[in-house]
Design a protein around this ligand. Sequence first.
Ligand code: F3S
Length: 759
Amino acid sequence: MPFDLDMIKAVYKALPARVEEARKTLGRPLTLTEKILYTHLHPESPLQNYSRAKDYVFFAPDRVAMQDATAQMALLQFMMAGRDNVAVPSTVHCDHLIQAEEGAAQDLAKANDVNKEVYDFLSSVSNKYGIGFWKPGAGIIHQIVLENYAFPGGMMIGTDSHTPNAGGLGMVAIGVGGADAVDVMAGMPWELKMPKVIGVKLTGKMSGWTSAKDVILKVAGILTVKGGTGAIVEYFGDGAESLSCTGKGTICNMGAEIGATTSTFGYDEAMGRYLRATERAEVADLADGVKEHLTGDAECYANPEKYFDQVIEINLSELEPHINGPYTPDLAWPISKFAQAVKENNYPQKLEVGLIGSCTNSSYEDLDRAASLARQAVDKKLKVKSEFTVTPGSEQIRFTVDRDGQLQDFEKMGGVVLANACGPCIGQWARHTDDPNRANSIITSFNRNFSKRNDGNPQTRSFVASPEIVTAMAIAGDLTFNPLTDTLKNENGEDVKLDPPTGVELPAKGFAVEDAGFIPPAADGSGIEVKVDPNSDRLELLTPFKPITQEQLKGMRLLIKAKGKCTTDHISMAGPWLKYRGHLDNISNNCFIGAINFFNGEMNKVANYVDSEDEAEYLGVPDSARKYKAAGISTVVFGEENYGEGSSREHAAMEPRHLGVRAVIVKSFARIHETNLKKQGMLALTFVNPDDYEKVRQDDKIDILGFNEMAPDKNLTVKLHHKDGSTEEFEVAHTYNQAQIDWVSAGSALNKIREELAS
Ligand code: F3S
């Protein structure tokens, strides 16, 4: 039993009183979102009426999940916190690093070989610190979480943007960066701006070709990729109750595509059935006992305009299957309009590959319904025209559909079963093609379809649809085919029509699995040594950062004065650098290589004055930083507005810190990045007068004065020593509170935790 029943019992025991207190404090009925958020306030945020979209609030999530690409740096950092164990139940899932090429067995064997040191590291850290480890091939993080850990009314964070999938089981589940996971695992509060709440009322009942995926494809069309930003989407209505639990999971999963913080559904019978089918009858019984607290108050759903920031209504009885894309998931086409769209926009009509499964759509129901079409293809003597792949979301699903015959149905129609992993969804796809740059069309039941996402080819038009529609389109091999109305020619030359898909929500014989791939942690991990090869180029143990001193803040040099937009991608590029996510020194070779140098308008070319005070040597930014560091000279970075926007990627703060940057001084910060700099023990400062940015020259020597007296709300002073002998001074502000100043004094937030645990 991998899930933590005691933790869930404790949450449910406290729930009725906490919901009642929150209702009293807010003085009105509560949405489900509010019930979950207000019952998960961290003691650092007292119970009060927080303003949506305005107030920053500290929360105490119930659990943490991490995927293998983001877990590496998160765990390397967590190891420095000095804890014996994680503060909340946590899991690691090996799903992102398996490349799809030949088929499940071969691809998994290759991944185990290529990524051995990363997997060994993740499993030994998990074993030592009480973290559940799901080995390669066990499945995709969100499917495993839904099958094992999600519980109604719970709150979790996960280091992957599709963590909201657990909303299918009534959770508030939020995708975050590794640094946030470290906070929660280390026992620190987790901060979020109180989200807005968007209500989606579902009425009616789906039938025929329509499936849960079409709800979110439709919502994406309405709200667009930005419409959910800063909001939690709460689904309700009799239509919501008619959906299976896993169907709800699909809808919540793809809420990430509208930018939503997360999405959720109230507890209902479908969730109870799923909990029981996945051997969590105790959780279902406990949830039944507090069920009125696991859904929004009736008044909120009766008068949604009063309690939600925005309300959308969708009638499932009238909902058509949708196909969204290409290049963006909010370009929504009802299937009746799609053929015309293909012709008008010159999308390549021939469909080359259909791909079903992924974390979004690999439930038993999804695969059973898609398999009913695969069987029809064989029975009706239809020759399948496109390549077809199936990615089961977990070994439990794969084993069960193998036992029940659906996998064989797919194989009979020519499908290839891939490993239980992300594979083509994250571009881990060695696609077989004659020309990797050719314009072509593919269709998936995944969630994202940005340019190059699946196969790296910007000419690939990737469309997103339900597994049923993907399967039907793959049989036809033609994007203008509408399975609801059109016929296909079979091998006998007859016109045949596909019947609407059929399937069941849950396996009649129950789920089964021989080896689910879960490795529980040691009961006592104190004797376990985490080994990292010192010669590894992918992993490197971290050494605690040393605190900044006033002495180091004198005579500093400019590393880069970044011009214009400087996002976390400019600071720490992704793409090929993903490989080094667990090796701070190696990944630091991408530090600021995408930022524009104010003085020459170029990328990755900055002046360095180590060898000569008079003549600049032009170097790449990481090389210049390393040269200053080796010479014992501290550096400063200057930037403009909204510096560090983009992601919560902690590497964008750790790399400059590692390379000897002491302070980042900008016109304004993206808030998450500012916090990340603070956590790494650096100075994140803003110009009091933004025009002072203009005063900084590339050959200046720079002092920061007042560091030893740093206090909340007290400005520091920057003194520029120009080469001509003149000096200029200006004030810089900061937003450090006393606790954050203590992080700087300790060298980093993690050093501070370690000090506290040791004392
Ligand atoms: Fe993996 Fe794609 Fe889901 S990358 S976690 S299958 S969105």
